[in-house]
Every structure is written in C-alpha cells, then in structure tokens.
Design a protein around this ligand. Structure first.
Ligand code: ATP
Ligand code: MG
Length: 552
C-alpha cells in the first residue's frame, strides 16, 4: 500500500459513552448494544444531526450491535413525507444503513395502552385546566407548583374521560392527560407534565386514526423501551428530562429498560443550525432549497461537494463530551481537503478567460497530449489535453509588465510553462478600444513538451490553460457565509444575498461528459463538484473549498 498518511479516522475514539457501554457489557447487563437515531421529520438533517447519526451508528457497530432509524413523528402538524425520505437518503449518504426503520406513530396503540396503566395506578389524570392555567400551576424555578383542581379525580372517572378524549368527544385544548408526579419537585419536568393532548390534524402516517397525541417526553422513552434500545443517546438539553424518562419507563412497566445518556451538541461557528431557522430561509425563498450549497444541511453539503468521509472524520476527530461545542468550519474544511486531495481527479479550467494566440503554431492543427488524472494515482488513468494555436488562460495570470520578481505568471517578454503542455513566451498584446488587453500573443517552444528536455531553461512559473476550440463552456459557482457575522438582529436581515456568485468560463475538453457529484481539483483554482443543474455539454461547477485555507 502506498498510502502516505492515514488521514481519515474510521473508528470511534474512546469517550465517556463508549466506557459506559464497555462496563455494561462486562457486567453482563447487556449482551447486545442497540442504539437509535430519532429525528423528528420536520426538516432536513444538518451537520449537528450528523454528530448524533455518527455516534449512534459507530458505537453500535463498534460493539457488534445495531442501530434503528426511528422517526419521532408525534406532532401531526409539522411533519411531512418529504422529510421522511430526505432523512433516510442523508443517513445512507453518510454511509450508514439502519437495521430497522420505525415510526413512533407505529407505537401509538401501545403508548395508549401504557397510559391506561398509569391511570389505573393513580399516576395520570385528565385535566380540564387551560394551557395557561397549567403553565401557572407548574410554577417556575423559584416557586413550587400548585395542584390542579382536577388532580384528585377518581381513577374510574379519569379512565372514562381519557377514553372520551380518544373517541373525539372533546375539542382541541379542552382537556389533556397529565402524569401525576410531584408539583413541588425542584425539577420542573416532574411537575405533572402533560402526556396526551387532543389534535384533529391529519397525521402523515396514521391519517385520522387518532385525535390524541402523546407528548415527546412521554413518547420517547416508551419508543426506546419498545425497541429494546440499550443506550438512548441524546443531546444535552434532555439532561433535566432524564428523571422523567426513567419515571415513564418504570411506571408504564416496560419490560426493557433503556438508559439515556446525554452528549454535547455540535455547532459550527457563524452558521445557523436550527431546523426552524433553516426552514424559514427555504420558505422565504432566500435559498434555492434545503440543498442550497450554502446550507449546513447534509443535502446542502452534498450538493456543494463535501464527501461523507470528510464529515465522518470531522465528527469522529472532534470527539465527544458533555459540553456543547462550537467548532470552526476550517476543521471540517481541513478534513475535506485531505479526502479530496487523495480522491479528486485533476483538471484544468479557466474561470475568467483571456484569449491567447500561439503565433508560431499552425492554424489548422490541433494536438492531444496524454496526461494523468492524478499524478500520484496512475490507477485513475489518463486524459487527453488539447493544444492548438488558440488558447485561454486566466485573466489574472497575465500582466503587461512584470510588477516584481515574485510575479510567477505571464508578462510581455517572459516565458511560462503551461501545465501538461509547452513553454510559451509572450511577445505582444492586442488591446480593445478602451485600452484593455483582449488577447495575448505568444510563441511556443516545441522542444518543451512536458517532461521532455526543458530542464535547461527555467520558466517564470507554471500556469494552466484550456484549448479554445475544444473547451467546454461552464458555469462556476462560489459561495460565502450566508449569514453576516458582524451584525446582530433578525436572521432575514443578516442574510447575505452576495453569498452566492457565479462566473462563466471554460473547462478542458475531458470534462465534456461528467456526472452529478463528480469532483475535481481544478488546478490552481480549488476543488469543485458537478452540480445537478448541469446539462449535457454544459457543466455547472460548485466550488467546494479553495485549495488552501484562508484561516491563519
Ligand atoms: P434542531 O434543534 O436543529 O431543530 P432537533 O434537536 O429538533 O434539531 P431532532 O430531529 O429532534 O432535531 O434531532 C434528532 C437527534 O439529533 C436528537 O437526538 C438530537 O439530540 C440530535 N441533534 C440535533 N441537533 C444536534 C446537534 N447540533 N448536535 C448533536 N446532536 C444533535
Ligand atoms: Mg427536537
């Protein structure tokens, strides 16, 4: 193997959750490790979710167990099948296959049955208080809660009323089912939380079957227990909910007892991450969709050209702790460059074209020079690079007069090497009526074809080019941060419409036929990915990341 360095982490490192699982296996508490990724299907997954996906799948895999995908679809008003499909696609793209795909709504009957157990044990009651009254009764962090006037209803009454709720005999908001726990608990979550509410909205999965829906805090532990999840991993904000989680599993008499463990959320600096905010950007038409290449969604990153390996590596190398972390995008970009440097084919493109005429090259001749797709990877094969009298170079690669010794590009009287081709020497320019250079006149030296005996002369740098008649017209997209950092205030006001710019140029002929998602290192220009809006013979390329970090 000729791998120079093992840049991509593929194994989960030691962390506090891994240690807990090791202990649970050693003590015989569990024989098999089962985890789950439980998204709410109310938006697309973002890079923060990727941490939860990678952690759940990698931990189970490490211990020979498995991971379920479970859609937490207990809120009929916000969910949509579009999200259900997109979430699965993103998980698969990241490189993971769930063992089972479940819906929380599959368990509605079981959850209902378990709520009856709570009522039978005197641990749940139907409350006719208004939402505002319930909020008031629950008090706050400094004031203990007070009991609802409905708290001491007879078990039989509660049962009959709950069945009436299910039968559609009440209006939305008329009553709820509450757990009867402890109105004086220092933990607000334990102050008789609502566990069922009435909603007549149509559910994406169960349609009109139900008009009562379990609240997240009640549903989630039961879903885990039903599936036999051994370790229920979630982000830090659920820490205070853990006593309630354990209470529901215990009091509903679930045979299998999952253990909830919280970890810190992953954030990326200067990015909006919450699904609610991302949805607003989509709905307001600020971005072209959830997969806009500027979005921190997995579908956006995919369209931009990020690789799943770089995202996995980024997550794994950032480690896991009980603290929320905000990480600079440069860490992810570094992982990306490592991956692309090894895997992306090299190609030439001229993004801002300037005409070059090779005056000593015959008009009717065109030649093809064989060049490797990747100099260190001969197994990637070769391509044919066209060369003729008519070429394009980057506008910025030419100045009439060399400004200083460090200028390693073309100027009048100077010689440069063209990548994969010959030395050219500039002897004149053609200007337009405004005095701008519109064409550069050069001669080439046939003795200097790449690799053949040009060592005697040292050119003034090496630049890239494309041959004009075979060049393929292409559009290049460039992206910056879509949210202005320095300003505060409303997200829509901070949105930067200039975060997406485009440029029309050319790619070399070998890129005439490409597929969506093909990635290239465009020599001296950066890493680019073929956008799905490309049409035959007219590629559209997204800049994934520049060649070098601009971070100091
Ligand atoms: P958001 O707050 O961004 O809208 P969410 O937490 O509501 O996301 P869910 O669909 O409920 O989204 O999340 C599914 C899983 O992903 C949960 O277990 C959640 O803890 C986890 N998760 C969501 N965001 C992050 C994050 N930034 N870092 C780590 N885990 C996350
Ligand atoms: Mg959530």
């Amino acid at each position: 193997m000729n791998e120079t360095k093992e840049v991509i982490l593929v194994e989960i490192q030691s962390n506090f959750i891994k240690t807990i699982i090791e202990q649970d296996l050693a003590s015989g508490k569990h024989k098999e490790i089962i985890t789950r990724f439980p998204p709410e299907p109310n938006g697309f997954l973002h890079i923060g979710h990727a941490r939860a996906v990678v952690i759940n799948f990698e931990l189970a895999k490490h211990f020979g167990g498995y991971t379920n995908l479970r859609y937490d679809d207990t809120n009929p008003t916000k969910e949509d099948d579009v999200y259900v499909k997109a979430i699965l696609e993103d998980i698969r793209w990241l490189g993971y296959e769930p063992k089972n795909i479940f819906f929380a709504s599959d368990y509605f009957a079981e959850m209902f049955k378990r709520a009856l157990i709570l009522i039978d044990k005197g641990l749940a009651y139907v409350d006719h208080s208004s939402a505002e009254d319930i909020a008031r009764q629950r008090g706050n962090l400094t004031t203990a809660g007070v009991e609802s006037p409905y708290r001491h209803r007879a078990i039989e009454d509660n049962k009959a009323l709950f069945l009436d709720m299910k039968a559609g005999k009440f209006k939305e908001g008329e009553c709820v089912l509450r757990a009867k726990i402890d109105m004086k608990s220092p933990n607000m979550n334990m102050r008789d939380p609502v566990i069922y509410r009435i909603s007549y909205a149509e559910h994406h999965n169960t349609g009109k079957t139900w008009c009562i829906y379990p609240m997240y805090d009640y549903a989630h532990p039961l879903e885990d227990a039903i599936e036999g999840i051994t370790h229920s991993l979630c982000s830090l904000e659920f820490e205070d909910h853990r006593p309630l989680y354990d209470w529901f599993v215990r009091e509903t008499e679930m045979p299998d007892i999952p253990r909830q463990i919280e970890f810190g959320r992953l954030g990326i600096e200067n990015t909006v991450m919450s699904k609610r905010l991302l949805r607003t950007l989509v709905e307001e038409g600020k971005v072209i969709g959830w997969d806009d290449p500027r979005m921190p969604t997995l579908s956006g990153l995919r369209r931009r050209g990020y690789t799943p390996a770089s995202i996995r590596h980024f997550i794994l190398s950032a480690g896991l702790s009980k603290i929320n972390s905000n990480i600079g995008i440069d860490m992810l970009e570094a992982a990306l460059r490592d991956d692309l440097s090894a895997s992306a084919r090299r190609a030439m493109a001229v993004i801002d074209p300037l005409k070059v005429t090779v005056t000593n090259y015959p008009e009717d001749k065109i030649e093809y020079i064989e060049a490797p797709w990747h100099i260190e990877k001969p197994e990637m094969g070769t391509k044919k690079v066209a060369f003729s009298r008519h070429l394009y170079i980057e506008t910025e690669d030419f100045v009439i007069e060399k400004p200083n010794k460090k200028f390693k590009r073309l100027s009048v009287g100077d010689e440069v090497r063209l990548f994969n081709a010959y030395f050219i020497k500039c002897h004149d320019v053609v200007k337009d009526e405004n005095g701008h250079v519109k064409e550069v006149l050069v001669t080439y030296d046939p003795e200097t074809l790449s690799g053949s005996g040009f060592s005697a002369r040292k050119p003034n740098g090496t630049i890239h080019f494309v041959e004009a008649s075979k060049a393929v017209p292409a559009t290049f997209h460039f992206f910056g941060p879509m949210i202005k950092e320095e300003e505060t205030g409303d997200l829509m006001m901070r949105f930067n419409p200039a975060s997406w710019t485009s440029q029309a140029g050319y790619v070399e002929a070998a890129l005439e036929e490409v597929s969506d998602g093909d990635k290239f290192q465009l020599i001296r220009n950066g890493y680019f990915s073929i956008d799905p809006s490309s049409t035959p013979g007219k590629p559209v390329l997204n800049e994934i990341v520049p060649l070098k970090s601009s971070y100091k």
